[in-house]
Design a protein around this ligand. Structure first.
Ligand SMILES: N[C@@H](CCC(=O)N[C@@H](CS)C(=O)NCC(=O)O)C(=O)O
Length: 386
């Protein structure tokens, strides 16, 4: 196939690339990250490997016997994560899992355990996600997972979407194509057990394309196959493409083609069967979003009434938004925002350095927020805290 012949030059140096790929899966090289608040920047090494009891307690219903009680008793939140996705979930040189998705887990740990470091991250491949969350062996999952109806029905309950994405394609610039329709007769690499794999098939069927699909069990294998020239193009969430490309030695040699073939609303999820726990994780996401909307960041969290009723209610200084009903401290939002910052701070710490421009994107706040100059018009929104 002509496209493969043109791609042949990418076999040159393939051996060296393979070695490199082993540490660069899905953007595995950490991008430059601005210094986060102290608590988030340096999770204690012990947080990565606590001596927690086996995680597979049966959890049913709310209350002390529910997951909140179990997490508190264990003293560690178990969070299924990615470990090779720069910007979202990546194990850094110090052995800590860092990224946007990782900080969502840290926010929950700050809420229920009082420390953003009290998290055990459990890396899972895309195909392991369903069985892992279904078994209840983790308390939550935060790893570029798309909210879909079947996952909602079979896997667990999704908290608010924290990153709006869509599926795209990346190809070597040298291939000379500029549109996804030119992928006819191409070979495309894709990760198993993803919406990506399913959407690719829909795209092929709907457009009557002849695409040779190669699937792989994890990021490392998928990216290696792309880099070594087994495929003409790589497909995943557009953020995943940006993340992957950031780990390449020469990112400019690869283009993310215009065109998005799906909706990929990404967000954390929890096991089915514990409404209180689901409500807690949902509320924590809402706190991150509304803190930004109200202009409250890690360094200006109020500890005394401000006179702004909405701010005071959110931070437990006047009135309530349901903290007591959820088994949380009145001032839980103070703990969360001091520990990890608000939504915008988390985004800027991990995703802005990757080049995922937020302003004007769907990941701006929706926000009819009561602060001058708030970014508006995006889709980041959650249940009001009241
Ligand atoms: N959002 C899609 C795709 C998610 C996806 O492919 N994520 C990659 C990162 S870009 C992943 O989970 N990699 C983990 C691994 O393969 O080990 C889904 O939920 O199925």
């Amino acid at each position: 196939m002509a496209i493969m012949q043109r791609y042949g030059r990418y076999f040159v140096g393939a051996v060296a690339m393979l070695a490199l790929a082993a540490v660069l899966a899905c953007g595995g090289r950490e991008p430059p990250v601005p210094a986060p608040p102290a608590a988030t920047a340096t999770p204690s090494p012990t947080a990565a490997a606590p001596t927690a009891p086996a995680a597979t307690e049966a959890v049913s219903g709310a209350g002390p016997a529910g997951r909140l009680g179990i997490v508190k008793g264990r003293g560690v939140l178990i969070c299924a994560s990615n470990n090779t996705v720069a910007g979202f979930g990546y194990v850094n040189d110090a052995g800590n899992t860092v990224g946007f998705d990782a900080d969502l887990c840290r926010a929950v740990a700050a809420a229920v355990l009082g420390s953003p470091d009290a998290v055990e991250f459990r890396p899972v491949t895309a195909a392991e996600r369903g069985p892992t969350i279904q078994s209840g062996e983790v308390d939550m999952m935060s790893n570029t997972t798309t909210w879909t109806t079947s996952r909602n029905a079979q896997w667990g309950n999704f908290a608010p979407t924290m990153f709006y994405d869509g599926q795209g394609f990346m190809a070597p610039a040298g291939l000379g194509i500029s549109s996804i329709m030119e992928l006819d007769n191409a070979a495309v690499c894709v990760l198993q057990g993803t919406t990506t794999e399913l959407n690719l098939q829909d795209f092929i069927n709907q457009n009557n394309l002849n695409i040779a699909v190669s699937t792989f069990a994890d990021d490392i294998a998928t990216d290696e196959a792309y880099r070594s020239g087994q495929c003409d193009a790589l497909t995943t969430d557009r953020s995943g493409l940006v993340s992957t490309r950031s780990g390449f030695e020469n990112p400019d040699a690869h283009i993310i083609l215009p065109g998005t073939i799906s909706e990929e609303p990404l967000g954390p999820l929890v096991p089915h069967g514990d409404e209180q726990w689901y409500d807690i994780v949902t509320a924590v996401m809402a706190i991150l979003i509304y803190a930004e909307a109200y202009g409250v960041a890690a360094d200006n969290v109020p500890a005394a009434p401000t006179g702004n009723t909405a701010v005071d209610r959110l931070f437990g200084l006047e009135g309530s938004w349901g903290q007591g009903d959820l088994g949380l401290e009145d001032t839980v939002a103070q703990d969360i925002i001091r520990a990890v910052g608000n939504y915008g701070e988390i985004y800027d710490r991990h995703l802005t350095p990757l080049g995922l421009e937020r302003e004007g994107s769907r990941n701006a706040l929706w926000s009819a927020a009561p602060c001058a100059g708030c970014p508006k018009g995006g889709q980041i929104y959650a249940a009001p805290l009241r």
